[in-house]
Design a protein around this ligand. Structure first.
Ligand code: SF4
Ligand code: SF4
Length: 340
């Protein structure tokens, strides 16, 4: 693996040069929020930020995406193929929890049984440059409980770690190595590796929230009808915020919009928190109340995804904890289950 040392004062220039050659998105301050936005001038990209308000999953799984267009002709229908192809892009400054969410979504959208061409096209053409958390940004972070870490490289093509006076850049994949020319030629030495290891251990040690994410699996396997499921949903407003903010949630709905003879098929984000998500045409709803919907959300992350793919479908970013208007806390649910 190639490794480079980058002086701190040249990072903005590197971002600017990459942005001159291809689309680059980086965290920028937009009013009160830090968001991934297109960047041309490297000085507008934030080097010191906590995390972006929104999870970057929308780059590969957009909120609303046209899957195909069609038109009614005199004789039958004419199809205009799949949606628009993505261009080459760089996502710069993704936090390790969010980069890891890409690796988890890959398991679903790019698997043996099903390959999603829309997701795969964008994922394949985007280089993910992750930025280690040298200090966990929020008290709600719990990445270390769900298989990640503040310096995890999962899902990233390049990992940058702030060593104090310079960044260590690790080029993890071929896509990452293709950007080597922008990063200068100062090779990282063993001292840089050692410093990164120390920073990684210290940062992971500062994560104070732990949840028994793996330990509760046996309970989940055996207790679909447990009375506990009657307790967690009572405050829930069914607003869907937790699912829309979550980097790994991926419920969607497909609808056709037709105007005159022209139509398009669109995939939109949906949420298992909404009553309509599972309502059938007959009027029957197999998840009739918020109890069943919350049980589904929790089971999907900590039981079903584990059964299907191995990892837990939560990266411990804490966004759902911070964003829920009625303070429902997924960490507490896991902790409470472990005491049953
Ligand atoms: S469930 Fe919550 S903490 Fe876990 S990845 Fe989703 S938003 Fe982050
Ligand atoms: S954010 Fe909170 S209130 Fe809204 S659906 Fe999620 S758990 Fe319910």
């Amino acid at each position: 693996m190639e490794k480079r040392l980058i002086k701190k004062d040249v990072l903005a220039g590197i971002i600017g040069r990459i942005a001159g050659d291809m689309n680059l998105f980086a965290p920028v301050l937009d009013e009160d929020n830090v968001l991934f936005e297109p960047v041309k001038d490297g000085n507008t990209a934030l080097a010191n930020y906590k995390n972006t308000k929104n999870a970057p999953k929308a780059f590969f799984f957009p909120r609303s995406e046209t899957l195909m267009r069609y038109a009614r002709k005199e004789k039958g229908m004419e199809f205009a193929g799949l949606g628009e192809e993505a261009g080459q892009a760089v996502l710069f400054g993704v936090r390790p929890c969010d980069a890891r969410s890409f690796a988890l979504l890959d398991l679903l959208f790019d698997q043996e049984k099903y390959k999603d061409p829309y997701y795969i096209d964008k994922r394949g053409k985007t280089t993910v440059v992750a930025m280690s958390c040298t200090k966990p940004p929020y008290s709600t972070c719990f990445c270390t409980s769900v298989g990640g870490s503040p310096t995890s490289a999962d899902g990233a093509d390049i990992l940058l770690t702030d060593l104090g006076d310079a960044y260590l850049a690790e080029f993890l994949t071929d896509k990452g190595a293709a950007l080597l020319k922008y990063f200068g030629d100062v090779k990282a030495d063993a001292a840089a590796d050692k410093k990164k290891e120390e920073i990684a251990a210290a940062s992971a040690g500062e994560i104070k929230t732990t949840i028994p994410a793996r330990e509760i699996k046996a309970f989940l396997d055996a207790n679909f009808e447990h009375p506990f499921w009657d307790t967690i949903h009572r405050k829930c407003l069914a607003c869907g915020t937790c699912t829309f903010m979550c980097p790994t949630c991926h419920c969607f709905d497909i609808q056709d919009e037709v105007k005159g003879a022209d139509g398009k098929r669109i995939r939109n984000w949906d949420s298992c928190m909404f009553p309509l998500f599972t309502k059938e045409t007959s009027g029957h709803n197999p998840r009739p109340t918020q109890k069943e919907r919350w049980r589904q959300r929790f089971m999907h992350k900590f039981r079903y995804y584990v059964d299907m793919f191995g990892p837990i479908a939560c990266v411990g970013c804490g966004r759902c904890v911070m964003s829920c208007p009625v303070n429902i806390d997924i960490r507490k649910i896991a902790q409470d289950i472990s005491k049953l």
